[in-house]
Design a binder for this molecule. Sequence first.
Ligand code: NAI
Length: 733
Amino acid sequence: MAAPAAPSTIRWEQDDTGVVTLTLDDPGQSANTMNAAFAASLAAVADRLEAEREGVRGVIVTSAKKTFFAGGDLNDLLAVRPEQAGELHERGMAMKRNLRRIETLGVPVVAAINGAALGGGLEIALACHHRVALDAPGSKIGLPEATLGLLPGGGGVARTVRLLGITDALLNVLLQGRQYRPRQAMEKGLVHEVVDTPEEMLARARAFIDANPSSVQPWDVKGYRIPGGTPANPKFAANLPAFPANLAKQLGGAPYPAQRNILAAAVEGAQVDFETAQAIESRYFTELATGQTAKNMIQAFFFDLQAVNSGRSRPRGVEPRKVRKVAVLGAGMMGAGIAYACAKAGIEVVLKDVSAEAAEKGKAYSAGLLDKALARGRTTPGKREALLARITPTAEAADLAGCDAVIEAVFEDTALKHKVFAEIQDVVAPDALLCSNTSTIPITSLAEGVERQQDFIGLHFFSPVDKMPLVEIIRGGRTGDEATARAFDLVRQIGKTPIVVGDSRGFFTSRVIGRFINEGVALVAEGVDPASVEQAAAQAGYPAKVLSLMDELTLTLPRKIRNEARRAVEAAGGTWEPHPADAVIDRMVDEFGRTGRSGGAGFYEYDADGRRAGLWPGLREHFTRPDAAVPFTDMKERMLFSEALDSVRCLQEGVLTSVADANIGSILGIGFPGWTGGVLQYINGYEGGLPGFTARARELQALYGDRFAPPALLVEKAEKGETFTDTPGTPAA
Ligand code: NAI
């Protein structure tokens, strides 16, 4: 007995002039995706079009959903196993053959892009002869597959290369997975027309059909040449070697296989006929989709990010509430940035510092950012004025009356922070949320400075505030659920991503990034050439090299943190274990007076403008030993493992309560390499899974010290065959 036919996800409507409108409308789903039902519907539509070809004058492809088409089914891709490669390849090729049948039917096919067309959505549109995009709010057009460790495997590489030329396709569309607003997409050559109303969109689609009764794609016209040439052309071939070299330089040797495969698929595909190019593209796609990096990136950048932003860590049962007026205390680097972020989100800001001048200077920072945005066409004079009008600089506590939230960012000093909260707690609204942006002081002890300790919470922004997408919310010992939920809502209100962590020295992010830095400096202590240490960090995929990062943070900071930590350990009757990095930091500061970039000299030399001017040659002289022999793989893994292992400890200690928060916080806050999917997904995806990771940690422990000892929680999970996940039962690896 035949299986019941799946309901069609493509509606067919034909008018009496012979125009067929195909409406993408997956029943029961909020968005259209490339699932099995779509594949079957597409095949059926291609059959019918061919069969009824004589009566069809043109085809319009549009969607009944808010988005045109959402793309591949990521749940499917997360679950696909390497042994299913053949099946995955065949499924992709079948879908592409069906799109190709419609593309080569000989009648005009127009995409009426009524909403976002990302990934698979744009690939369907690219198979059409003409693309009209509606400038709907939130509409984005692009092929973001690279950001998930994939490549556009639905003909997106083959067609953009033919449409735009190899160079533009790679740089504007494929390698970075950029997403464009409809008008920008038109400038880049991805769509032909942009309209403002759905009626106009359909009218333009019909007009194209009327004017082009027998459309073919440019690449199906005999003698078509790819714009800008192909490697077969000597001039282009001469430039080609620069491509892989530039790419390698950009990636710093980091393991981002998607970019390599995109480059290969584009270049190889440009030298063959269209059908072969599609097959090449599918082969490279399948390799990525069955590999670990894509799974890591899909888990982090799609599923974890969504879970975090949608409130996985927000306490339940607290009514959402918007902040209307915020007091920012301290108009220094952080306070000024926080004021800008709040005002940008439409919140009234009272920016307070010790003097009116200092507060004005903080406001001027926003004016500076807006001037730059204006120069780049990213804002308008009207919006600039409106934003600035929302910021009131002041030196008077009385001006904070009525503020329903406070964000403190004065100097890092407990007594001062207590003092400023004491000054304002009776002036602001009686139930105002009280937040501190401290980077190191435990929230529980800071809360002792206010009367309403349940309303006091850490709100740790990252610098520069306008660029950094993460905010770390820290619950102190007495912070209530209501305050946590309100802090969460405030972070979402300003469009950033909130993670929620428990109180600990350095909380989660600063504590874990400290392990990375210490590991890099420890390698210098062992006599490894500092250039190799930096190279190891780059090849591991870190966006900032480890010694240069230490210079940015200043070398006196780890000393201060270390001394405080030591006092706390000793006060509790414990013994303090020094880290191998300590001696190098001490010598750099005490013997050589090199405190980092702000001091004009650190691991690097700096020119008069504060720009890095090479590693300090003294490092080699004083620290490097020719017999130092740490294998390169060990260097990279020591950095990655030190952070991952400490994150497991954070989970064990309750500093972290969510795997998604850990993964997202590590990538967006402290530059843990994106290809890993984050600190805990790195462990899930490590070769051999948790048991493999645990065994490797023990090896590193034997070679380099007990800081690599696997924590109990890791050993336990490895033994039980579990992975790090927030949703038990779903495999994350
Ligand atoms: P900053 O030195 O640039 O600014 C501090 C500001 O506080 C100054 O403008 C000062 O005049 C003002 N201030 C001092 N006493 C005050 C008072 N009684 N009332 C009002 N304002 C007063 O310092 P920055 O870098 O902005 O740091 C501020 C806080 O943010 C610190 O707690 C720091 O640990 C934390 N933080 C810093 C990060 C960074 O990257 N710099 C990152 C995350 C947190």
